[in-house]
Design a protein around this ligand. Structure first.
Ligand code: ZN
Length: 571
């Protein structure tokens, strides 16, 4: 068995750090003697992290008679750390490994764009993104190029754009997130996650320090903390690593109609809960229907609670809160058969298998109440009933929930904010710019004013790779046509073989006389949009309104035309 020990020493001077390191080495050797483990001096690495180089840092240490020279970078848990913490080596290596993975993906010819995109997300992006939270603040200037290359090769594997296409255009065509955008998503997630850690966790206690502006020794998460400073994170719910101990019995949820049968010993109780989200509020309501043993008619009682604002709570947390509230009210109940009805499947499933997730505090409360009720000889069943099944009690509960979210309702409970809701808000806040950079993609912008947009998936996903690559060439303008080939010195002239004009995408699609016979299908698609490049390539032209959607039939016709001519085939 191999163990790795990682020790950190901090101090005001290099000399004091030296003393600290020597002390740790001695302690480790002491432990080696006691435990029977062996340290290998040649595998030991020492590194000084410092903004400036000092002479004393070059001096070697002596471990078991061997000298160990301080290194200028070491690998810790797969991250290459350098003395200045600039992460240049790490980012270069991440890009190289990502490129390798992207090339592998490219070699798998014959994948549909949808499959290739999925593979990109699951096999290429994770290689690049590993531990990005540690180094994303250093992802700028020269570090960007190599990672953007991975993006372009990925886009080529997905839709067949040329490598010369600008990164942001290629990303838009392939419908993949930019590297920067992926890093930010992960950073926002970790920043939110840290705030849900229990107070006993040192990371949770340090969030205030991370948020503080410093000129030096700034936390890698400072940037993220600063962007999200207006989002209230301090009152986030706490989420523990586990909700219930592994041996604790899980609640069974049944998916069936509520049973009306009564136990002989006691009475029966049906509780229906419901939540509502409207008017920027979240609330819940419910009904108790109690049937004591010797009474003829059941007694009905309702409740309605405004939980909080929509920015902090959601219908799912509302449903769990409703259950927790209802069960806590059953104090003193004995030998009852209790059925809890809900139409929220996610909440019912959570109760069956609670995990490390949002809404955990409510789940803990529910389990606590259930335990107490069981001790008093009650039986409890949780029932999920789909909304489509008309249930009288659930209908009543819904009315109560809606009353809790009427326009003039004010929340009177101070509850912790839900992580899932906060995370969504935080993510939308850092949504990177929704436009292509000004300096790139002149042709693309002329073809499609809606870039980057979701419609590109619609355009490409059902095409074969060959069809996709034909479409990508025409949409980006970087195609095997002389107009472009001449620009990259791959053709003698930019003129079309017909001798009439420059061989541009427009000339090729609509005007070149050489291909007239192939255009019948395209002409049949429309009378009004003839010669409209945006229309035939699935793009939005500036004159299109908000309700514009690409005309897939026309796009198909253009692709078939281009393939029939054979003009775009690789020589
Ligand atoms: Zn021509």
């Amino acid at each position: 068995m191999q163990y790795y020990i990682c020790a950190w020493v901090t101090g005001p001077t290099a000399q004091s750090n030296r003393e600290g390191i020597d002390a740790i080495i001695n302690e480790a050797l002491e432990w080696e003697r006691r435990s029977g483990a062996t340290f290998e001096a040649e595998k030991t690495a020492i590194i000084h992290f410092t903004p400036k180089a000092y002479k004393s840092e070059q001096e070697p240490f002596t471990i078991k008679g061997q000298t160990v020279e301080p290194k200028d970078h070491v690998k810790i848990l797969g991250v290459i750390m350098d003395t200045r913490l600039k992460y240049k080596e790490h980012i270069a290596r991440a890009a190289a490994k990502g490129l390798e993975a992207a090339m592998e993906l490219k070699r798998l010819r014959g994948l549909s764009p949808a499959t290739a995109r999925q593979l990109f997300t699951s096999t290429v992006a994770p290689v690049v993104d590993y531990a990005s939270n540690v180094w994303m603040h250093a992802f700028k200037d020269k570090a960007i190029g190599p990672i953007n290359r991975v993006q372009r090769v990925g886009a080529q594997a997905i839709v067949g754009t040329f490598l010369t296409v600008a990164t942001s255009v290629a990303e838009a065509e392939a419908h993949i997130a930019t590297a920067q955008c992926r890093f930010w998503r992960r950073a926002v997630k970790i920043w939110t996650d840290i705030h849900t850690l229990p107070e006993t966790n040192p990371l949770r206690r340090n969030t205030a320090r991370i948020r503080k502006f410093r000129r030096f020794h700034r936390s890698p998460l400072y940037q993220v903390a600063d962007v999200l400073k207006d989002i209230e994170m301090e009152t986030l719910e706490t989420i523990n690593p586990f909700t219930l101990a592994p041996w604790e019995e899980r609640m069974q949820t049944e998916i069936r109609g509520a049973s009306e049968t009564q136990t002989e010993a006691g009475g029966s109780m049906q509780i229906a809960v419901s939540s509502s989200a409207r008017n920027e509020l979240v609330g819940f309501g419910g009904v108790f229907q109690k049937q004591p043993p010797r009474y003829k008619k059941p007694r009905v009682k309702t409740f309605s609670v405004t939980l909080g604002v929509r920015l902090e709570q959601n219908p799912y947390s509302g449903e769990l809160a409703a259950m927790a509230h209802a069960l806590s009210k059953l104090y003193g109940l004995k030998r009852y058969r209790i059925t809890l009805l809900t139409s929220n499947k996610a909440a019912a499933l959570t109760l069956r298998n609670p995990r490390q997730q949002s809404g955990q505090e409510h789940v803990c409360q529910i389990y606590k109440s259930i335990k107490r009720l069981r001790r008093n000889g009650n039986q409890i069943t949780i029932c999920w009933i789909p909304t489509s099944e008309d249930n009288k009690l659930l209908g009543l509960a819904k009315e109560q929930a809606r009353a809790a979210t009427r326009e003039d309702a004010t929340p009177y409970t101070e509850l912790p904010r839900m992580k899932s809701t906060t995370l969504n808000i935080a993510r939308s806040q850092v949504g990177t710019s929704k436009a292509l950079p000004e300096t790139v993609g002149k042709h693309s912008k002329r073809v499609d004013a809606a870039l980057p947009g979701k419609h590109t998936r619609q355009l490409y996903d059902r095409l074969s790779w060959k069809e996709a690559s034909v479409l990508a060439q025409l949409r980006t303008g970087m195609a095997r046509l002389n107009g472009y080939l001449y620009r990259i010195n791959a053709a003698q002239t930019d003129q079309c073989a017909c001798g009439q004009a420059r061989e541009t995408v427009e000339h090729f699609l609509f005007r070149c006389r050489k291909w007239t016979t192939y255009r019948t299908e395209m002409l049949q698609c429309t009378n009004t949009h003839r010669g409209n490049m945006s229309f035939f390539l699935g793009g939005k032209s500036p004159s299109d309104d908000q309700n514009w959607t690409p005309n897939l039939q026309a796009v198909r016709a253009s692709i078939r035309f281009a393939i029939a001519t054979g003009r775009l085939d690789a020589a």
